[in-house]
Design a protein around this ligand. Structure first.
Ligand code: G3I
Length: 354
């Protein structure tokens, strides 16, 4: 019944009526009781006026999409480049927005110079500690939370992912990164972040097991991030199960990279499977409902004091990472190619309201 009512409200909001909503007076950041974020790049914030205006209007949290990754801040051996991050820090401070740091340790953002540097486990461990310490201390009290370790768990298996970091240091690389980050900024919220854990229950259970091991060793983890790059056909029941598992950890829960696609891919670059070639208005409405369901479940399942927020991995179809990354024509975001609000926007808006 609640779903039916919500759907009617959604159709009403997205199709015609509310002058207030149409007039842009109700925005995501004003409607939600928790932070609402988007991924954004330095260049979008600094050079794209229309995108910047919408970001300022709708969001109160920013995750730099690629600009805080290791390949961006340390493109060459032991040489930090802070300028871009400093500029994003200043942008967030000027506009009273939360800055979320993404990501300290991630196999996919580890620069080649590092993997080819000939480290042994002792020298790599020293590098990791010094890198995390220098980075997190520089932005102490400024970056609110960090994805400390990103994508540590294997898909559909109960194991840790065999990455450069794991192969060199074993599970202890995770402990080291969290401990160094916590020592550098004891107030920062420190996340383990991963993809597909809203749908891959084996992977989610392995993530929970990892969190339990970290806790039992006294590792200062304070958050779990569900990236939530999800798909229209992922059942709400499975997403609800995953949110319950996440909430049961007692950690902060961040939906950290939300978008919803219609087509498929196998998570590998360039390997999209084009099933739908165009977005019909019916599909757009269904996507609105899915955004609403996800936000609704987040509010309903995750206790208020664990709601770190919902962050979109880009808010519009024009600049979504999905298209270039998977070579896929899709419409995963809440604003369209012309930077207009989609039914997905109204669904999310409805879902985040108490
Ligand atoms: O900047 C170069 C450009 O000069 C070149 O012409 C072009 C050709 O491929 O590549 C451009 O670099 C791309 C970069 O994004 C900037 O657009 C890289 O190839 C591409 O691999 C990189 O992809 C990013 C990816 O992480 C890897 O870092 C995506 O933008 C970004 O959205 C994605 O974000 C990740 C999260 O960090 C972690 N969770 C999954 C999420 C999606 O994969």
């Amino acid at each position: 019944m609640k779903n039916l009512v919500a759907l009617i409200v959604l159709l009403f909001l997205s199709s015609c009526a509310s002058d207030i909503l149409r007039g842009d007076r109700v925005t995501l950041r004003n409607a939600a009781s928790f932070p609402i974020g988007t991924a954004a790049s330095y260049s979008q914030l600094n050079t794209d006026d229309s995108i910047r205006a919408i970001i300022l209007k709708e969001f109160n949290s920013i995750t730099p999409e690629n600009d805080m990754k290791m390949y961006s801040v340390m493109p060459r051996s032991n040489e930090f480049r802070w300028e871009v991050v400093d500029s994003i820090v200043a942008f967030c401070a000027r506009n009273d927005m939360r800055l979320f740091g993404h990501a300290l340790v991630w196999h996919s953002s580890t620069p080649r110079w590092l993997t080819e540097a000939g480290h042994d486990s002792v020298s790599l461990s020293t590098f990791l500690e010094e890198y995390v310490t220098a980075y997190v201390s520089r932005y102490k009290g400024v970056v609110d939370g960090w994805d400390v370790v990103n994508e540590a768990v294997t898909d559909s298996a109960g194991t840790l992912r065999q990455t450069f970091w794991y192969n060199m240091l074993g599970e202890s690389y995770i402990d080291q990164a969290f401990i160094a980050a916590h020592e550098a900024d004891p107030n920062a919220i420190l996340f383990l972040n991963d993809y597909n854990i809203e749908r891959d229950t084996v992977k989610m259970n392995a993530t929970i097991d990892l969190i339990n091991r970290l806790k039992s060793r006294g590792v200062p983890i304070s958050g779990i991030g569900l990236q939530m790059h999800t798909r229209m056909d992922i059942p709400n029941e499975i997403i609800a199960y995953s949110l319950r598992k996440a909430a049961e950890t007692g950690l902060q829960v961040h939906l950290s990279e939300v978008d919803i696609i219609f087509n498929r891919h196998n998570d590998r670059q360039g390997e999209g499977e084009q099933i739908y070639n165009e977005l019909t208005s019916e599909m757009a409405q269904e996507q609105g409902e899915k955004y609403m369901n996800i936000a609704d479940m987040y509010r309903g399942i995750v206790p208020k004091d664990q709601q770190y927020g919902i962050t979109l991995w880009g808010f519009n179809d024009r600049t979504t990472w999905i298209r270039p990354f998977f070579k896929l024509n899709d419409w995963p975001a809440i604003y369209d190619d012309n930077l207009q609000r989609k039914p997905a926007f109204y669904g999310l808006l409805n879902g985040v309201m108490d």
